[in-house]
Design a binder for this molecule. Structure first.
Ligand SMILES: Cc1cc2nc3c(=O)[nH]c(=O)nc-3n(C[C@H](O)[C@H](O)[C@H](O)COP(=O)(O)OP(=O)(O)OC[C@H]3O[C@@H](n4cnc5c(N)ncnc54)[C@H](O)[C@@H]3O)c2cc1C
Length: 542
C-alpha cells in the first residue's frame, strides 16, 4: 500500500513562490504540506540575487517615496507586446505591497530599498529612475535554522554580504575582509540565500517542514477537481491528498531539453539557473488541461559558462554577466566579428539579439558571441567568479594581437580589428553612435563608477594581451506555463478555473507577461502570486 498523507493544501516547490504560498495558506487557516522534488530547499531562488521588485511597496511608503498603481500600470502597459492580461497584471500591482507587508509581518522577509537601482526602461511612463521599487535582504544567521541550514541549495557557497554592499547593488566599495570574516564565522548570509533562509525559518516555526525527495507522477482528480498527487519519495510510492488545493510552484522548465526546444522562441545554450528548474510543474498542468501562456518567453540573460565550476550535481554551470559587458575596455562581437547591440543594456531585453535569424545563411546571426577585452580590463574588472587582480582563467582565449585572438575563436581577424578600431575612436570621444551604449542611466549602473560620464561604460580596447570568451544565450528562468486568474487559480482551455489547481512563480504564465520591470522583476511576481495562490487555496470552496 502506498504511504498516504492528507492536508488542506499541498504546495509543490520550495522556492520563493512555494514558501510564500505555504505561509499564506497556513496563516489563512489551512493545514499545509510543502513538497520538494530535490534533496535541497530553495531552487533558483536560493542562488539568486534575491532582489524583489514591487511598485509602491511598504518600504517606499515608509521612506516617503512616491509611487502609485497608475504609474506602475502605465509602465507595464507601455512595454506590452500583447502578453499582458488585465486581471493578472492588476492583481500583481494591487497585491504586491500587501504580499510583502504580510511576509514582513510574520518575519518571513526582512528587506530594505536597494538605493538608486533604476527601473529598466527609463523612457517609459511611470518608470522610476531613482529606484526604490527594488528591495534587498538584510543578513540572516544560518544558525537559526539548525540542521535545515545545510539543506539550502548551494549553501556551500556562502554570500556573507548584502547585495547593496556590492557592485551588483551599486556600491563602489565592499565591506573589508575582516567584516566578511566575522560574518562567515557567524554564518551570516545575504542575497537569495537570506530570502530563502528566512522564508524557510518562517515555515519551520509553523511546523511546515518541507518533504524532500518527492517526485510527483500525476495529479489526482475527483471529477473536475484536483484532489492531490501520486508520487514517490526515495523510491517508495506516496499519495498526498489535498482537501482544498494543490499549488504548482515548481519553477521554470529550462532544464528540460524537450520543453525548452518545443516552446522557447530561440536557442538557449547555457541557463544561469540550477538544474532544479526541471519543468515537472508544466507537465502536471498540461495533464490537467491547463491553458498555457507566455510559452515562448523567458527571463533572458547573456551568460558565461565556467567550466571549472560545474553544479555539485555535475551539470554545466553558467553565470549571468552584468559588469563584464558594461565596464570600459570590453565589447561583444558576433560570428562575423561585429558588434551587435548596446552591451550595457538590461539582460532580459538583450535576450532578443541572440535569437536574431539570418535568412541568407539560415543560421543565428549573433551566435556564437564573444566578449572581447584587453589588459586594462583584466587589471581592473571581474570575470564571472574571478575577482579583479586574480589571474584570467585558462579557458579564456588570449593573444598579443586581435588578429591572433580572432584566429583562436574562428572569426575574421581583419573585421575584428576594424570593429575594435571603430569602437575605440568613438569610445574615446565618449559616444557610441552605433548602439547608444552609455545613453541610459541603466547603462551606468554596472559600469565603473570611479569614472564619470560616458567613460563609466566606454573605454578603448588597446592594450595587449587581448582576451576572448564565449557569451551564451542564457536565461534566469522561463516564465511561461499555465495561465491563472488574478488569485493564482489555474485556468483550463475553456478559460474556466480548474478547481483545486493553483500556481505561482516561474511555473506559471507570469502576470507581467515576461516584462522584466526592474531588478527583482521575477521575485516580485513570484512572491505576490505565491501569497495570492496560497490564500486562495486555503479559502477554496469545496
Ligand atoms: C543567478 C541568478 C540571479 C537571479 N537574481 C534575481 C534577483 O535578484 N531578483 C529576481 O527577481 N530574480 C532573480 N533571478 C530569477 C529568480 O531567481 C527566479 O525567477 C525565481 O527564483 C523563481 O522562483 P520560483 O519559486 O518560481 O522557482 P524556484 O526558486 O526555482 O523554486 C522551485 C522549486 O521547485 C522544486 N521543484 C521542481 N520540480 C518539482 C516538482 N515536480 N515537485 C516538487 N518540487 C519541484 C525545485 O527544486 C525548486 O526548489 C535570478 C536568477 C539567477 C539564475
Amino acid at each position: 500500500m502506498p504511504r498516504m498523507k492528507e492536508a488542506d493544501v499541498i504546495i509543490l516547490g520550495t522556492g520563493a513562490a512555494g514558501m510564500a504560498a505555504a505561509l499564506a495558506a497556513y496563516e489563512t487557516g489551512a493545514e499545509v504540506l510543502l513538497v520538494e522534488k530535490f534533496d535541497r530547499v530553495g531552487g533558483t531562488s536560493a542562488i539568486s540575487g534575491g532582489v524583489i521588485w514591487v511598485a509602491d511597496n511598504p518600504r517606499m511608503r515608509a521612506a516617503g517615496m512616491a509611487d502609485s498603481r497608475e504609474d506602475a500600470l502605465a509602465y507595464f502597459r507601455s512595454l506590452d507586446h500583447g502578453d499582458l492580461v488585465d486581471e493578472t497584471i492588476e492583481a500583481f500591482v494591487d497585491s504586491g505591497p500587501e504580499a510583502l507587508a504580510f511576509l514582513e509581518s510574520i518575519d518571513a522577509l526582512k528587506v530594505a530599498v536597494l538605493p538608486g537601482y533604476p527601473d529598466y526602461y527609463l523612457d517609459r511612463p511611470g518608470a522610476k529612475p531613482q529606484g526604490s521599487r527594488a528591495l534587498d535582504h538584510d543578513l540572516f544567521a544560518l544558525g537559526e535554522l539548525g540542521e535545515w541550514a545545510a539543506r539550502i541549495y548551494a549553501i556551500e557557497e556562502p554570500k556573507p554580504l548584502m547585495l547593496r554592499e556590492t557592485p551588483l547593488g551599486g556600491a563602489t566599495t565592499m565591506p573589508p575582509p575582516q567584516v566578511l570574516g566575522e560574518r562567515m564565522a557567524a554564518r551570516q548570509c545575504g542575497f537569495g540565500q537570506a530570502m530563502v533562509a528566512r522564508l524557510l525559518k518562517a515555515c519551520l516555526v509553523r511546523g511546515i517542514a518541507p518533504m524532500l525527495g518527492v517526485t510527483t507522477h500525476r495529479l489526482l482528480r475527483d471529477g473536475a477537481r484536483i484532489t492531490g498527487i501520486e508520487a514517490e519519495q526515495n523510491g517508495a510510492p506516496l499519495t498526498l491528498k489535498a482537501r482544498r488545493g494543490v499549488v504548482i510552484a515548481t519553477g521554470g522548465f529550462e532544464w528540460d531539453t524537450e520543453s525548452r526546444q518545443t516552446f522557447l522562441r530561440g536557442p538557449v545554450t547555457a541557463p544561469a539557473s540550477p538544474p532544479t528548474a526541471s519543468g515537472g510543474g508544466l507537465k502536471l498542468a498540461m495533464q490537467a488541461g491547463a491553458k498555457l501562456g507566455n510559452m515562448t518567453s523567458a527571463w533572458w540573460a547573456p551568460t558565461l559558462v565556467t567550466p571549472d565550476a560545474p553544479w555539485a550535481s555535475g551539470e554545466q554551470r553558467a553565470q549571468i554577466i552584468l559588469i563584464e559587458r558594461t565596464v570600459p575596455h570590453s565589447i561583444m562581437v558576433n560570428r562575423s566579428a561585429q558588434r551587435f547591440c548596446n552591451e550595457a543594456a538590461n539582460y532580459s531585453a538583450l535576450g532578443g539579439v541572440f535569437h536574431q535569424f539570418d535568412p541568407a545563411n539560415y543560421d543565428y546571426l549573433n551566435l556564437p558571441a564573444y566578449l572581447i577585452f584587453d589588459a586594462q580590463y583584466a587589471a581592473r574588472y571581474p570575470l564571472g567568479t574571478r575577482q579583479p587582480g586574480q589571474p584570467i582563467p585558462d579557458w579564456v582565449k588570449r593573444a598579443d594581437t586581435l588578429e591572433a585572438l580572432a584566429q583562436q575563436i574562428g572569426i575574421d581577424g581583419a573585421v575584428l580589428e576594424e570593429t575594435v578600431a571603430h569602437f575605440n575612436v568613438h569610445a574615446e570621444a565618449g559616444e557610441d553612435p552605433d548602439f547608444g551604449r552609455g545613453t541610459s542611466a541603466y547603462d551606468h549602473f554596472y559600469g565603473d563608477r570611479s569614472r564619470s560620464g560616458a567613460a563609466v561604460t566606454l573605454g578603448a580596447i588597446r592594450e595587449a594581451p587581448f582576451y576572448a570568451v564565449e557569451i551564451h544565450s542564457g536565461l534566469l528562468g522561463t516564465n511561461g506555463g499555465p495561465r491563472t486568474d488574478g488569485a493564482g487559480r489555474v485556468l483550463g482551455h475553456d478559460g474556466a478555473v480548474i478547481p483545486g489547481l493553483l500556481g505561482a512563480g516561474n511555473a506559471i504564465a507570469c502576470p507581467t507577461g515576461g516584462i522584466y520591470a526592474g531588478a527583482g522583476g521575477t521575485l516580485g511576481p513570484a512572491l505576490t502570486f505565491g501569497y495570492l495562490a496560497g490564500r486562495a487555496a486555503a479559502n477554496a470552496n469545496l
